[in-house]
Every structure is written in structure tokens, then in C-alpha cells.
Ligand binder design. Sequence first.
Ligand code: F6R
Length: 365
Amino acid sequence: DKGPYRHYMLKEIFEQPTVIADTLEGRIHDGRLLESCFGVGASALLDQVRQVHIVACGTSYHAGLVARYWLEELGVPASVEVASEYRYRDPVIAPGTLFVSISQSGETADTLAALRGAKARGCLGSLAICNVPESSLVRESGLVLMTRAGREIGVASTKAFTTQLVALRLLSIALGRRHALTLEREQLLVSELTALPAQVEAALALNKDIERLAEAFADKHHALFLGRGTQYAVAMEGALKLKEISYIHAEAYAAGELKHGPLALVDPTMPVLCVLPDNALQEKVVSNLQEVRARGGELFLFADAGLDVHFEGSGVHLLRVGPVSDSIAPVVFTVPLQLLAYHVAVLKGTDVDQPRNLAKSVTVE
Ligand code: F6R
């Protein structure tokens, strides 16, 4: 039942504050993570983890990319790869490797094959971050952390992605504890997670503004999405959403890569979308954007409300998000990009919930 919403995708976007809160429920207490959320015997296994291999496909892979920054920041070595590559490589699985799969459906053929391969190569253990309790991935993994997004009907994944990020934030706390994470920092991270549903709610309040912004986007054929750090992965996810449901060709680049090629594409007909949170990289991103403006590129900027950013001239669309703390910014900044893709698709008249050529669950390779 879509309730008051025109499409399942929009309904699922608006469910995010609730399902994020559900995904945290009973897993944090008194400013700390409860490790029992990973299942029986998890703590003893986590003690032995030296590094993490994260493997997934599509949107779930983008969640993994964000998690790499989170894990490394806390001293935990991590690699991330799409399952269709990982399964056919000869990955070296060093002692102490935890294999982490991320999947909404838990039935993605490549992700399952990658898990089986890692087990055959003797990984220390496996953890599935998954949305379907009775799925193959859950059955075949030693540890499980369920996202509690509820059934996701829209083919383009939205609430599954943001709850995956929440689950990965919990995993990074668990492993971080065994590396560089202090008690004080853990309490801060947990309090920021607790604030997340309200922050996502505030991002959803931008819906009307984004609907207007979508009008400036709907006649475009191409777009560049830029970000740095965790927001590079957010830009990748935003570009994927736009491609999937509006059929506009969108490419994400790490903002620092712009001058190594894609800048040649920038002219007044090329929209450039950028996510700009308030963190140590913001000045670098702003200088990349000045290069875009100097070439007349139309800029769609989603910037943290706490930042003092100004761009001269017309062709700049500035939308304020937050202010939001860096540890949860990838979740919050994802929301306006989901809404933008949605409204552009509606304007273009595509089948939003069932985009052409795509299936909800990819059970064949
Ligand atoms: C994008 C999308 C796909 C899936 C991918 C993996 O909106 O839905 O890219 O993320 O097919 O699916 P799961 O997460 O079920 O393994």
C-alpha cells in the first residue's frame, strides 16, 4: 500500500527516519554499542579481526565504500570491492580477515558466490549486513546484522541503503573499539547516531525545494556528481539513482579527479552536482567547484548549513542541508539526492518503481 504517496520509492524515502530508528533499536544503550547485536559469540570473533573485506553490488557496494572511510578512520584496515570482480579474482585472504557482505535482498548471485569463495579460502569469519532474514546470505554467514528497513518494493534502493550505512556505522564502532576508538569518541558517535532520525526528517523537509530544483535538471542529458571522502561514495549513489530511474547519464567523480579529465566536459550545458558537508575537505571541494564555475558549468550545490559558501553569477543552485556532524553526513546528504532523482524521473514520466531493464533482486550473474 502506497498510502498517500504516488510511488513506493517516495514512500520508502519518507520511511527512512523510522527504519533508521528501528535499525538502532536495542543495539545501543547508554551511549554505547551493544555487541550482542551481531549474534552469539560475536565479541570473541571480533577480537581476532585484523582486517575487513567488504563485498557487495550496486547501491550496497556504495554503502561499503562509505564504511571503508569509517573503519580506516578508527584504525581498522578495510578493502571494498564489487562482488562480480572479487569472486573471479584470487583475493589474498590474510589471517584475521572478516568477510563482510552487504545486500538488501540477500540473494544477489555474485555476492553469494563471493561469500562462498572467501569461506573456501579460509577467511576468519563472515558477517552479512542484510535486509531479508530468511535469505541465503543470512543463512550462510556466521554473523548477521539485520537492517530493519522493512520490505523495499521500489527497484531503486533507498531505505535499504541508509539502514546499511547505520549498520556499518555500528560495525565500525565494534571493530574500532579494538583499534583506535576511545570510550569518549564512541559516546559521541553513538549520540550522533541517536540524532540521525531527526536529521533525516529535516532533510526530507527539503522535498518541495528539491521538486523545484528538479525542473532545472529534467531536460539534461548528462550530469557530473562530485564529492570527496565519504561524500564521493554519496555522489556515486546519487548518480546511480539518477541513471536508474530518470535515464539521465550521470557520472560520479572524486572532486579531486576533475582536472584529470572530466573538466573537459564542463561547459554551460553540463550540470555539476556536488555534496559539500562541513568537514576537513570542504575547502578543497570549493576550489574544485571554482574551476567548474570558471568554465560556466551549472552548479547544483548541496552544502552544509554551517558553511559560508558563495558563488558569483547565475547558474548556481544552492541548497542547505543540516547542519550535520561529519560522522552521519553520508546518510543525511543521501536523502536530497534520492529526492532529486525521484522528482526528475516523475517529470520525465518514467516508471519510477520499475525502471526499464532492471530487476529488484539479481539472482543470476
Ligand atoms: C540500485 C539497486 C541495485 C542493488 C544491487 C544489489 O538502486 O537497487 O544496485 O543495490 O543489485 O542488490 P542487493 O543489495 O539486494 O544485493
